[in-house]
Design a protein around this ligand. Structure first.
Ligand SMILES: Nc1ncnc2c1ncn2[C@@H]1O[C@H](COP(=O)(O)OP(=O)(O)O)[C@@H](O)[C@H]1O
Ligand SMILES: N[C@@H](CCC(=O)OP(=O)(O)O)C(=O)O
Length: 371
């Protein structure tokens, strides 16, 4: 498996706040320089690298002279706006000294949920890669509120890996990888060398963030690996403090944790749908409908027990079992009020119930993804 990693052509490297800001002490210029050096060497090897870097809020706090992380959203946003300048400047300086161009890309969840903006982001990023530029991505913290946030850059890294169809997502953090328990709390915790990204035991092992500076913790890294696996990307979690870590991992050395993708990748459009972090509503399905979906068939209104939320035709909605578990999601052909009227009824009655019929399926199988 590690030898397969060595053949990677396109990868996403995600570096967390703890590394980029020396645990909040301000921008870690040495780390940034070293990170740029390793990425430049990967370029020399003919690989394409997208960098997802955290650190704006921590860097901004330092520039503003704040010693504790504020709670008010507008203060966090102000800190991010100040800090992002320093972050971009630091990377640009280091990469340009190595002869590489950089591009700053700030994304929000909405950019990736909207199909047109998603395709635009994809085209721009792949164009930058073809031009030999290193895109440096962060969340556009200044404009997002809590409800519409990626929140942590592990999730953003996974969505970017899916967006550019990277083969590997490399998450650099302040631990050697995923341990059987949080090593800060359990001295007997053991490093996990390798496993299937979808093995549910890993979620149980992973805890929250290690410091007040970081956001996600290990749990968001394990979930990021699950997301990345949907497009066939393997995830590596390793320590950014380890010498030449990126180069050694890309040479196939066994270091850190490898959470590999085992399932067949989803088609690009289904991938986009699976990556939505928020959905407009939910449909609760009966057992017959759940089985039909699992058999790869479309969802018909007759199998829908209830409809939750308000949405328009074309919205992305969840399909749940009666215990509330999300089994699938899809783009619905009818609005919430229309869906309520035709729920539990055969498709042959749609016309008499609504006065018209657009499609016989509530969600067509081409627009449906099983989770
Ligand atoms: N099972 C685990 N294995 C390793 N680290 C864990 C685990 N559970 C929780 N953690 C914590 O996750 C932290 C890394 O995540 P985080 O603090 O968000 O860093 P980053 O800024 O790099 O994203 C570690 O410092 C560690 O304390
Ligand atoms: N967008 C935020 C990063 C969010 C965050 O803290 O992420 P991480 O350190 O990766 O858990 C910033 O630049 O400060």
């Amino acid at each position: 498996m590690r030898q397969k990693i060595a053949k990677t052509k396109r990868l996403v490297v995600k570096v967390g706040s703890a590394l980029v800001t020396n645990n909040g002490a301000g921008l870690a210029q040495d780390f940034i320089a070293d990170c740029a050096r390793q990425i430049a060497a990967l370029h020399q090897q003919g690989r394409e690298v997208v960098l997802v870097s955290s650190g704006a809020i921590a860097a901004g706090m330092q520039r503003l002279g704040w010693t504790t992380r504020p709670h008010a959203v507008h203060e966090l946003q102000a800190a991010a706006a100040v800090g992002q300048m320093g972050l971009a400047q630091a990377y640009e300086t280091q990469f340009s000294s190595l002869g590489l161009k950089t591009a700053q890309v700030l994304l929000t969840h909405e950019d990736l949920a909207d199909r047109t903006r998603y395709l635009n982001a994809r085209t721009t990023l792949t164009t930058l890669l073809e031009l030999g530029v290193v895109p440096i991505i962060n969340e556009n913290d200044t404009v997002v509120t809590d409800e519409i946030k990626f929140g942590d850059n592990d999730t953003l890294g996974a969505l970017v890996a899916n967006l550019v169809e990277a083969e590997v997502l490399l998450i650099l953090t302040d631990q050697q990888g995923l341990y059987s328990a949080d090593p800060r709390k359990d001295p007997n915790a053991e490093l996990i060398g390798e496993g299937n990204a979808n093995d549910s035991r890993f979620e149980a092992m992973a805890g929250g963030a290690g410091s007040g500076i970081s956001k996600g913790g290990m749990i968001t890294k394990v979930r990021a690996a699950q997301r990345a696996a949907r497009s066939g990307a393997h995830t590596l979690i390793a320590s950014g403090h380890e010498r030449d870590i990126t180069l050694r991992l890309m040479a196939g050395e066994t270091l850190g944790t490898l959470l590999f993708a085992a399932a067949t990748p989803l088609a690009a459009r289904k991938q986009w749908l699976a990556d939505h972090l928020q959905l407009a509503g939910s449909l609760v399905l009966d057992d017959g409908a759940l089985n039909a979906l699992r058999d790869g068939r479309s969802l018909l209104p007759i199998g829908v027990v209830s409809v939750e939320g308000e949405f328009e035709r074309g919205a992305a909605v969840a399909c749940r079992d009666q215990a509330g578990r999300e089994i699938a999601r899809g783009l619905i052909n009818y609005s919430s009020s229309e869906s309520r009227r035709i729920a539990k009824r055969p498709s042959s009655e749609i016309e008499s119930l609504l006065g018209y019929v657009d499609e016989l399926e509530l969600i067509h199988r081409d627009h449906l993804v099983l989770l």
